[in-house]
Design a protein around this ligand. Sequence first.
Ligand code: PMP
Length: 449
Amino acid sequence: SYDESMKIRKENLTPALLTYYKKPVMIHQGYMQWLFDTDGKRYLDMFGGIVTVSVGHCHLKVTESARDQLGKLWHTTNIYLHPTIHEYAEKLAATLPGNLKVVYFTNSGSEANDLAVLMARMYTGVFDIVSLRNAYHGASPYLMGLTAMSSWRFNVPTGFGIHQSMNADPYRGPWGGENCRDSPSQVVGRPCDCGNGECKAGINYAEQLEDVLRFSMPKEKIGALFVESIQGVGGAVQFPKNFVKRAFDAVRARGGICIADEVQTGFGRTGDHFWGFQNHGVIPDIVSMAKGIGNGFPLAAVVTTPEIAQSMGNALHFNTYGGNPLACAVGSSVLDVIEEEKIQAHCAELGPYFILELRKLMDEFDIVGDVRGKGLMIGVELVKNRETKEALQADKVNAIWEEIKDSGILVGKGGFYGSVLRIKPPMCITKEDADFTVAVMRQAFKNHS
Ligand code: PMP
């Protein structure tokens, strides 16, 4: 029963688990964008298990390929060959630009980023790694230092040699370049006063990064910079046009390599491109991916160039489950579904519509400070005061969020102040689902304004 489960959760599961809602929802079944709780209540899943269910819960084709593989072979470890890993590695590498073609499979985003840190250090011989403030790159002791949000860090020394550089959020950052923020997102309906030239905010932020690298780093050289093309846990933070490009230049000028964390933004979610970094006109040296790659199945990967991969060639790096037949079969069919169902194009079409409909709420309610994002990676920032951008009080955010849930929609919460409602659904949602979400949010905002 529900009560027994709550008791077990309290007694037998770690208190470090994050559990959503005053009365947690007990889900037992899902299909595509829908989830069902044990009382039979249906929810529209606008959070996709934290941006993980990419093509839909229990998608028939993906489920079928898992079932098929399950009957053939689950596991070998990489000491033997098996066909699925080769077929899948080739197919996955083909989605990436440039010379990014060597794949290393892991089981989670944290493992992928741990490996990316190791690769960067092996390749450059430099220990120091940089991330941006409000980033989330994982939860291992290594990565807690890169994950630059205090709520995700324990008060123990973590991540030696890891540095957080700066807050590059145009909404809350030091330059408040609201207009400029849309440049990389190409979201319709909002002008960018930077024209087609280089965005001023982009230059300012890049200069700040230069300063940080120049004055705050212990050495001239750095190993690597980690960037999410849109910060996910940080609250759908989009960087100004050309910031990422200039940041990559600054890092490479110091001998470092550039790592794109595509754990949330990959696999077509941002719409115009398959990979989030492509929106910034850059090609990273390492790409880490997880979540949507397996539609909820534990699967992740690091993809890099042959040169960087070679630096790992003089030792063994072992991951028992990485690239197991079952995960590869699932990953492979996820790629097929994204292509067959034209999922990226769907994100490109539905995303701007959804964002514009949500932006209408900014005109209706003062508490809606900002609506931003790209494709189906969207954030709605709730504020107490539009001018000062002071975040809405936690109890009010929670009341709104609970009401949205009670009305049958699950959305996430995030951002530095926990004041951003995060909409990152399975990418199969329809225009009607978007309209329903806007209507439910409108009512919730009305009731709590
Ligand atoms: N990178 C990003 C951008 C993420 O959002 C997350 C998870 N929220 C991770 C890495 C870590 O992934 P995992 O939880 O699978 O270890």
